[in-house]
Design a protein around this ligand. Structure first.
Ligand code: SF4
Length: 315
């Protein structure tokens, strides 16, 4: 399938205008003040499922505790899980710790620079690998999340449609519209525009720097209800508060209980269950054992044998 592309003159106008806007209005985010691959990777993993505002303070705190791959790899996993609070989605802490150990033990202390090699590290999907390759190593690659998809779909609605499906065609289009020599700023700029101006439900077109070249704006104004609204970035800009009493809710509560214990301390299943639910009884043991099994599988809990029955602790 032939790749649709915008007219060259219009593309240059869009690139120039957006980069100028970014130079004036870029969000001041701490991970933009560094090119340290470790810090950039940390920020991208934190941002995978947590809002920018919540990542902001935690990012520096975590860096203070574990400033390098070497420091993180040498730390006990339990300590890393403790330090991850209150971000949630705790498997990210386990994966980050695993990556640090691989980097130190197998990769000579350095992350690979190319997105393709980064993708081979467990826990790094296409988006995160592209982001690290661009933001840490200056690789010229497009970084496409839901915000970027929405902005590109709106600005170039005549070329790729207001609601372009994620996938290869969109990725290739995003790559094709990258400026030749400023991929870093372009990727950050388009994410900023999607997060602060061209938001899903109510784009602020009246203060958008691209309003004069955006094809989607008049289309949306003509039929506001029927036109698609590509969601806010799922990975980067949502909180995803757990539904109370869902499996995820209890997983989070178990990890929180284990985190609150002193180093090396543990809980019996009974103690753990009673801290989770007032009505916890013998009939709930299988339910709790299943949750603990899954946490153990994910590297977030350890079960040890004791004279009075199994006990649960952080790994
Ligand atoms: S003009 Fe409106 S729809 Fe177009 S990019 Fe700007 S905010 Fe989005």
């Amino acid at each position: 399938m032939e790749l649709p592309l915008p007219d060259a003159e219009r593309l240059i106008t869009v690139q120039h205008t957006l980069l100028q806007w970014y130079a004036r209005c870029a969000r001041d985010l701490p991970w933009r003040r560094t090119r340290d691959p470790y810090a950039i990777l940390l920020s991208e993993i934190m941002l995978q499922q947590t809002q920018v505002d919540r990542v902001h303070p935690k990012f520096q705190e975590f860096l203070d505790a574990f400033p390098t791959f070497s420091a993180l790899a040498a730390a006990p996993l339990a300590e890393v899980i403790r330090r991850w609070a209150p971000l949630g989605y705790n498997r990210r802490a386990v994966r980050l710790h695993q990556i640090a150990r691989i980097v130190m033990q197998e990769l000579g202390g350095r992350l690979p620079e190319q997105a393709r090699a980064l993708r081979e590290l467990e826990g790094l999907g296409s988006y995160t690998a592209n982001a690290v390759a661009c933001f840490a190593f200056g690789q010229r690659g497009a970084v496409v999340d839901s915000n970027v998809r929405r902005v590109l779909g709106r600005v170039f609605a005549d070329v790729i449609g207001l609601d372009p499906p994620p996938g290869r065609v969109l990725d290739r289009f995003a790559q094709a519209v990258l400026p030749i020599d400023n991929a870093y700023d372009w990727n950050q700029a388009i994410m900023d525009l999607g997060a602060t101006v061209c938001i899903a439900r109510a784009p602020a077109c009246s203060r958008c720097p691209l309003a004069f070249v955006c094809v989607g704006r008049p289309l949306m104004a003509r039929a506001p209800k029927r036109l698609p609204r590509v969601a806010e970035g799922v990975s980067t800009y949502t909180t995803g508060a757990p539904f109370e009493h869902s499996r995820r809710y209890y997983r989070g509560r178990i990890v929180n209980r284990l985190r609150a214990l002193a180093s090396g301390a543990s809980l019996s299943f009974e103690e753990l269950g009673q801290g989770l639910r007032d009505d916890f009884g013998p009939e709930d043991h299988a339910w709790l054992a299943n949750l603990v099994d899954a946490l153990q599988h994910d590297g977030l809990a350890a079960v040890e044998a004791a004279a009075d029955g199994p006990r649960v602790r952080l790994p």
